[in-house]
Structure formats: structure tokens, C-alpha cells
Design a protein around this ligand. Structure first.
Ligand SMILES: [Zn+2]
Ligand SMILES: [Zn+2]
Length: 692
């Protein structure tokens, strides 16, 4: 077994027969500093999760399994006696030993490779010098010999872009020496947040410190990485899910040894040990991928980044064009300093945004006439068009028009999605697939796909605009990072003129020639039961709108909806994202939702339809809830049956974090000790993103 030694003690209550010796120490030096250990311990406590699993999240798999050990090398140095000998002429009769000793002393020590390069044969002379007590060797990690000089500079210092006045002010606010605290860099899409990060990182490097930059999953890492590598003359360590275990362990070591002064990574990179850390950036801080939502350890990398910065006195910059309501609330509370970049960099002008009332216009296969005309106009002007639809597959339903039978998933309370390309039906909740029936199993009549997914919209666009190539961005079409890169390349080269896709299209990619963005169906999230649905919809619309007209061409954004009078859409259109968040925060406050209260949720599931509810009822009854802490529920989940299991949840709520934490510290161990059927599973999620 590979374990992590976190401390040791001279005495123990554990009986001797139960103790095991450490057989071998795998690492020549501790992998984590005292401060790194503190952060992990704190995270285990706050999220009420076993500390061993927290360590497992923080350490690369290859290291946890004892693979990819730190390579060691032999390093030669003169002994004290050896140093004295150099002055006298003790080695007069052994000129080659003397030459070796002089060389080693002159270089302040050498490894084997350096001596191989300098001498034809040296090993027998080295042995003789060791026997005389003049030379000694020790094993040391390879990397520590190769740490580059701390003075890193902008590789392209002469050709840096000219900053806008707002960028200039942001850089000035973020670069004073000994800067501490947390900042929200609130910059509209295209305002040049990355350039601000790079200027601040440059300052940090010039002071001999290192920088950690966190970014959301998928696609973003290569672009950000490339920009930093092009700019800086220093090794950059990248930590993301596209790496093999060995690559990940190497990058982690490069960061942990100080060899890489810039570390760019996704969620779990927040735990990377970095000596001389001088800055943490969380780019696109609103992105939900910062919160681990599945598996055991459900932590928020953004929140832990803030904590890490606070504890180690390192400034933290949260950046976004659409900040989360949590962060805006923290600005109001004075916990985050607000830095705004209100204008796009360069000569780009903001896009014109308008709604299309789908009830008032003819709609052909999901595309209303005004949108169709706009697409035609933009394509004919030589530009590119982007259409966003948050629905994969061909159609969300397969319907019998005679008896209204709808293809259901047998394992979930859900309908099966039609996938035309694979000619299959698939469940987007449990992953089940089934062959596509040709006739209704109930009445034998013909079946028809109902509604539109990205696959069907792609088909419609090819039919409406046969002269313009369509590129589809979704998980079915672009399964690997390389396929995504190729698709982006076809857009950049101009080979593809129409882009249609899901969320994938809203994240960070730059498409300078896109001048029209169409949101095909904004209505899916307008009536969701999740309290965060409106916030996410507003962020998506603003982010996708931000793809339009990024260069010199003005952009246009058209949003199709059946509910143009919906308050979310009207505040967003009239007041922009700031107007939306102001009213959304008031609603959250009135309804007692985060960020005005603290939440934890226990989700349970069982094969038995009542099992999860019964378990949660019993858990709720374990302790009387203290003043200021409320347990709400349990209730069945919005989609109760999922993958043959029945889901339910119990909310724990308090206006004060400390009260909630104190209650959980007492209650969670009691829940853990409860007897439960073997088939029952449950998990605690502190600060959950979804309460569906
Ligand atoms: Zn039928
Ligand atoms: Zn299913």
C-alpha cells in the first residue's frame, strides 16, 4: 500500500500488533509543504469528507501509486579535507585525481553526466578520492539541479499590445508589491482580461515569484497555455484532464519543485504545491466546472483558491464577463475588490441584441423567418454565423402521431433522444441506448421525431443554405480534443461558415469573423425548478453573445423565444448582465437562497422507490436542529427515477456559515453511523450548485 505520512509521533494507543513499519520512503523530499497540508485538512473539514480521499484528489495518480518516482542522481562534492587539499600539493603524484577534484570544486559540485562530458574516464579516480576522504557523493533529485533563473521576462516585451485605459488601471491595481486580498476582474467579453493577467504575471515573475492560473475544463486550456507560452520565456506547467498519468505527474513535479514558474490548470490544480507562489488567477470564475459535482469530494476550486490566497497572503484574481451572484455579493460585502473593464479592447463595438417572438413569425424546423433572413444577410456579407442550442442529438422525442406514445427510457423518468447519425435512441440521463423502432410499439402507426437538437438543426441549415458549410460543435460530433481543434481550425480558415452547437461554443473560443449569433431556444431554462437556472441562462446568453463581432465588425444577436415578455429576458435586454444580476440578487435575498443563506444538501438514492426518502427522514430525526439551522425536506428529486434508482434529497440551510458547519460536524458522523440497506447510497454536498 502507498500512503501519505502526514505526521509522526513517539507514542501511540494503537496496539503494537496492529502497527506496520514504513517499508520504503518513495520521495526524497516531502511532496507537500506544511501550508499545502493545512489547505487539504481544512478542505476535508469544510466539505466533511475523509482526509485520505482529499489527498487522493490533490496528488497525481502516478505518485499515489508509487509510480513515477522522483528520479535521483549522484552528485559529487569535495569534502572539507578535499577543499583544504586543493590549496596544498598533496595530490602531486596523482594528477588525474587532482584534475577531477579541481573540476568538481570549480563547479560547486557535479553530477555523473557533467563528469562524463568533461572527462574520458573519471570513475576510478573518484573512487580513489573517496577512499582518501577528499570527495563525497550524495543522491539528489534531478530537477533541483535544473531550476532556471528566477528572472523571467516577457519574451516579446517590445511588441506588447497597447492597453486600454481600463486595462491600464486594472494592471496598476493588481501589481503593487506586497499586494494581498481578493479581486473580481469584471470585464465584458473581448475586454482583454487575459492581457491583464499576463501583465500581472509578468510582474510576479520579475519578483521571483510564481503564478497559478485556473481555467475551466474543455478546450480552454490549450488556448490559454499557448498564449502564456508564447509570451513568457519560462517553463509553463499545464495540468488538465487531457494528460496521461505520467505527463500529469511530470507537470505536477515541475510546479512543485519550482521549475515551472507558471502553472495553468483545471479544477484540481488548485491543490498544486507551488513554492514562492505570488498570484492566483481564477479565469471564468462563474463556470460550473470549478465545482466537483460528482464522485465523493465535492469541492469548489474557486472557493478554495480564495481560501488558499487568504491563508498564504497571496492575491487572488477572479475574472469573468458574467460574474457569479456569489462573487457580486462578495463585492457588496467588501470581501472582493471590484475592478471593471467595461469596454471591448481594440475598436470592437458591442453587439446589438434583440428578441424574436416565435409566436409572431412562421417557424421552419426550429428557425423563425427573421433569423433565417439575418443568417442569409450575414453569410452574403462574407461573415460567419453561430447558432446556439443546448440540446444534443436529432430530436428530443420520438412520438407516435396516432396514439401519442413517446419513446421512454426504461431506467429513468425521461424520454429518449433520437440520434439520427447513429440511428439509435439514447437517454441523456443514464446513457442507455436502444435501436430506433420504425413503428409505434403500441398501435403500429408511424413514429416521428419531435423537436430539434443540434443534429437536426445542422440538417436544416444544410438544406436552407446549401452553399455554406456547417460545422457542428457537440459531444457526439467532437469526442476528442483533437477533433475540437480541427473543427476550430475549419472555422478560422473560413472553410466552415455556419457554426451550430451546444455549451461547447460558449466557452472562450475566439471566432473573430462571426457577426451573427442566434440563440435558438432560450425557453428551456426559463421555468426550471433550480434556483440557479436563471443565472446560468443569463450567463450563457451573454457569453454566446460575446462571440459576435469581436474584431472590427459589429455583431448582432437574435434570441428566439415563446416568452418575449419574460422578466429575465427583458431585464437582460434592457439592463444588460449588470441589470439582470441586480434584480436576481434581490430575488435570491427575498427567497432565502444563496448567496444570502448557506446550503448543504444530502442526496440519497435507492433501488426501492421509498428507500431514499425513508433514509433521509430518519437522518433528519437524528438530531434536533439547532437555532438558525433548518432542515428542509426530504423530497423526491425533480427527476426521481434515474438509471433504475430512485433519488431524493434533504436540504440543510442556515444564514450563517459557522452555524451550518457546527451542525454538520455533529450530524454527518451520526448519519454515517446509521444502519442503511446495502443498496442505499448517499452523499453530502456543501455549497451545492444544483438543488434539482
Ligand atoms: Zn401509437
Ligand atoms: Zn435513462
Amino acid at each position: 500500500m502507498v500512503g501519505v505520512v502526514v505526521s509522526h509521533s513517539e507514542t501511540t494507543d494503537v496496539p503494537e500488533g496492529k502497527l506496520r513499519a514504513v517499508e520504503e520512503v518513495l520521495d526524497a523530499q516531502p511532496l507537500l509543504s506544511a501550508a499545502d497540508l493545512e489547505l487539504l485538512r481544512w478542505a476535508a473539514e469544510y466539505y466533511h469528507h475523509p482526509v485520505g480521499q482529499v489527498f487522493a484528489t490533490a496528488l497525481p495518480l502516478a505518485l499515489r501509486e508509487g509510480r513515477d518516482r522522483q528520479p535521483l542522481q549522484r552528485f559529487w562534492e569535495p569534502t572539507a579535507a578535499g577543499q583544504e587539499t586543493l590549496a596544498g600539493d598533496t595530490l602531486r603524484r596523482a594528477p588525474r585525481q587532482k584534475a577531477l577534484l579541481v573540476h568538481v570544486a570549480a563547479h560547486a559540485g557535479c553530477d555523473d553526466a557533467a563528469l562524463d562530458a568533461a572527462f574520458d574516464s573519471w570513475r576510478s579516480h573518484a573512487r580513489a578520492l573517496v577512499a582518501r576522504g577528499l570527495l563525497q557523493s550524495r543522491q539528489q533529485p534531478f530537477e533541483s539541479a535544473a531550476i532556471p533563473s528566477l528572472a523571467a521576462s516577457d519574451a516579446q516585451a517590445g511588441t506588447l499590445p497597447v492597453l486600454t485605459p481600463a486595462q491600464q488601471r486594472a494592471v496598476e491595481q493588481l501589481t503593487p508589491a506586497e499586494l494581498q486580498g481578493a479581486f473580481l476582474l469584471d470585464g465584458v467579453t473581448g475586454s482583454g482580461k487575459t492581457e491583464v493577467y499576463m501583465r500581472v504575471v509578468s510582474e510576479v515573475l520579475s519578483r521571483g515569484r510564481a503564478a497559478l492560473i485556473l481555467c475551466p475544463e474543455i478546450g480552454l486550456t490549450p488556448q490559454l497555455l499557448e498564449r502564456f507560452e508564447r509570451r513568457f520565456d519560462t517553463p509553463v506547467a499545464a495540468l488538465h484532464s487531457g494528460l496521461t498519468d505520467t505527463e500529469r505527474a511530470r507537470a505536477w513535479r515541475a510546479a512543485a519543485t519550482g521549475q515551472a514558474r507558471i502553472v495553468i490548470g483545471t479544477r484540481s490544480a488548485v491543490f498544486t504545491p507551488i513554492p514562492q507562489l505570488g498570484l492566483i488567477v481564477v479565469d471564468e470564475e462563474h463556470d460550473s466546472s470549478y465545482k466537483q459535482q460528482e464522485g465523493g469530494f465535492r469541492y469548489s476550486a474557486r472557493d478554495l483558491a480564495l481560501l488558499r490566497g487568504q491563508r498564504s497572503g497571496v492575491p487572488v484574481v477572479l475574472g469573468s464577463a458574467t460574474p457569479s451572484l456569489e462573487s457580486l455579493h462578495n463585492v457588496h460585502l467588501g470581501r472582493l475588490a471590484h475592478i471593471e473593464l467595461p469596454e471591448r479592447a481594440g475598436s470592437a463595438v458591442p453587439p446589438r441584441v434583440a428578441l424574436i417572438d416565435m409566436r409572431a413569425h412562421p417557424v421552419h424546423k426550429g428557425i423563425a423567418t427573421p433569423l433565417r433572413h439575418a443568417i442569409q444577410r450575414h453569410l452574403e456579407a462574407g461573415a460567419q454565423v453561430l447558432l446556439y442550442l443546448n440540446r444534443r442529438g436529432y430530436a428530443p422525442t420520438l412520438l407516435c402521431q396516432s396514439c401519442s406514445w413517446i419513446a421512454p427510457c426504461s431506467s429513468c423518468d425521461a424520454r429518449l433522444t433520437v440520434h439520427q447519425g447513429r440511428d439509435r435512441l439514447a437517454c441523456h440521463h443514464c446513457g442507455a441506448e436502444a435501436p430506433r423502432p420504425t413503428r409505434c410499439p403500441r398501435c403500429g402507426y408511424e413514429l416521428h421525431p419531435l423537436g430539434h437538437g443540434t443534429e437536426r438543426v445542422e440538417e436544416t441549415l444544410a438544406e436552407l443554405f446549401p452553399d455554406f458549410a456547417v460545422e457542428r460543435f457537440d459531444r457526439d460530433n467532437l469526442r476528442q480534443a483533437r477533433q475540437l481543434e480541427q473543427a476550430i481550425e475549419r472555422v478560422h480558415s473560413g472553410a466552415a461558415r455556419i457554426l451550430v452547437g451546444t455549451q461547447m461554443l460558449t466557452k472562450g473560443h475566439h471566432f473573430p469573423d462571426v457577426t451573427l449569433v442566434g440563440v435558438l431556444n432560450a425557453d428551456q431554462s426559463l421555468f426550471s425548478t433550480d434556483f440557479r437556472a436563471a443565472e446560468r441562462l443569463a450567463q450563457t446568453i451573454v457569453q454566446v453573445a460575446g462571440r459576435a463581432g469581436r474584431a472590427e465588425r459589429p455583431g448582432e444577436v437574435l434570441i428566439q423565444t415563446q416568452y418575449p415578455e419574460h422578466p429575465l429576458l427583458s431585464t437582460l435586454l434592457d439592463g444588460g448582465y449588470a441589470g439582470f444580476t441586480a434584480s436576481a440578487l434581490m430575488e435570491r435575498d427575498a427567497a432565502h437562497w444563496p448567496p444570502f443563506v448557506r446550503l448543504a444538501i444530502v442526496r440519497a438514492s435507492d433501488l426501492n422507490p421509498e428507500g431514499a426518502l425513508e433514509f433521509l427522514r430518519a437522518a433528519k430525526a437524528l438530531l434536533p436542529s439547532p437555532t438558525g439551522v433548518h432542515l428542509r425536506g426530504p423530497v423526491p428529486a425533480a427527476m426521481s427515477k434515474r438509471a433504475d434508482r430512485y433519488h431524493a434529497q434533504l436540504l440543510v440551510e442556515s444564514a450563517q456559515r459557522t452555524r451550518l458547519q457546527r451542525f454538520l460536524a455533529e450530524w454527518v458522523p451520526a448519519v454515517e453511523a446509521m444502519a442503511a440497506p446495502r443498496s442505499l447510497r448517499w452523499a453530502l454536498d456543501v455549497d451545492p450548485l444544483e438543488v434539482l
